[in-house]
Design a protein around this ligand. Structure first.
Ligand code: SF4
Length: 319
């Protein structure tokens, strides 16, 4: 098997708060293969976005990466200087953020965003060449090149998100991290953006981490899915396997709570309880207060992640 593009081992990210230390990411190990889309799912506050930001070393104080290793294409990102990281961010690893309006400069035209992105990393490229490249790319994204002279507020929400995707693609980054890329969109535009991402995934052979709380979105796009809960990784499997045979009770609960229009039942299933306070997480299995299968040992001993079938890993004492 070839070396993964990204290999995260025992990553820990902590926040020192007045109330105590919050371990937002707690000994998480994951890989992303070349050309693969890994879906990272879980409820709000489970640590999935923090994990995404930590790959780019963008965790803001009081947050801090306190342990582990992030190997990207054979290079240890946690050993890089800040200057070295600046040459990686946006160029080799690009991020698509949740809300384009807060990421695009309202005073800058769209073409200037592209020119700046390209010329920050490729100084030999002229502004005119960068603009030409942007025009060809936005055309593939379904936006006519004339709109490049617009300012962000002149575009619709869907167009702005297409521009964000374009900015992530323009430098042919080796890895794209998409953090809730459709959360700020209405359902129709969301469906259009998902179709676009599916198409781009195939034509650009993208390697991508797709961070979302929406199981429907990962079902559309991900090859493999990693489920996080309260800072911990609970289950990892291929998308097909995870939907067909979810093993972890938390994953089973997440899948049950997807609305299904083919069912007669009027009542949407929900998972009882809420995620724990990470300052004082429950001992043993962190999911035990909400788990319908809880056993005595779940209260005391933390389950170890183990491979149950080829590539299907789960952290639960039932297996
Ligand atoms: Fe439930 Fe125990 Fe498995 Fe945790 S380890 S998910 S509490 S059965």
């Amino acid at each position: 098997m070839t070396e993964p593009l990204l290999k995260i081992t025992d990553l820990e990210v902590s926040y020192a708060t007045r109330a105590g230390l919050v371990k937002a990411v707690d000994k998480v190990s994951l890989e992303v293969q070349r050309g693969e889309t890994l879906g990272l799912v879980g409820e709000s506050g489970c640590g999935k976005s923090t994990l995404g930001f930590s790959i780019l070393r963008l965790v803001r104080p009081p947050g801090e990466i306190t342990g582990g290793q992030i190997i990207f294409n054979g290079e240890d990102l946690l050993q890089k200087t800040e200057q070295e990281m600046r040459t990686i961010r946006g160029k080799r690893i690009a991020m698509i953020f949740q809300d384009p309006m807060t990421c695009l400069n309202p005073l800058q035209r769209i073409d200037d965003h592209f020119i700046e992105t390209v010329r920050t990393h490729e100084k030999a490229v002229s502004a005119q060449e960068a603009r030409q490249k942007a025009a060809e790319l936005v055309d593939r994204l379904g936006i006519i090149a004339d709109r490049l002279t617009d300012y962000p507020h002149q575009l619709s929400g869907g167009m702005r998100q297409r521009i964000m995707i374009g900015l992530a693609l323009i430098l042919n980054s080796e890895l794209i991290i998409a953090d809730e890329p459709t959360t700020s969109l209405d359902v129709i535009v969301e469906a259009q953006i998902l179709d676009l991402m599916k198409e781009l995934k195939a034509s650009f052979e993208l390697s991508m981490i797709l961070i979302t709380h929406n199981m429907g979105i990962v079902a559309e796009l991900a090859d493999r899915i990693a489920v996080m809960y309260a800072g911990k990784l609970m289950e990892v499997a291929s998308a097909v396997e995870l939907y067909d045979k979810p093993l972890h009770p938390y994953t089973q609960g997440l899948l049950r709570s997807i609305p299904n229009i083919s069912l007669d039942s009027q009542k949407l299933e929900t998972m009882p309880g809420s995620p724990p306070d990470l300052i004082e997480p429950p001992p043993g299995c962190r999911f035990h207060p909400r788990c319908p299968h809880v056993m005595d040992k779940c209260h005391t001993y933390e389950p170890i992640m183990k491979e149950v079938e080829d590539g299907h890993r789960v952290a639960c004492w039932l297996y």
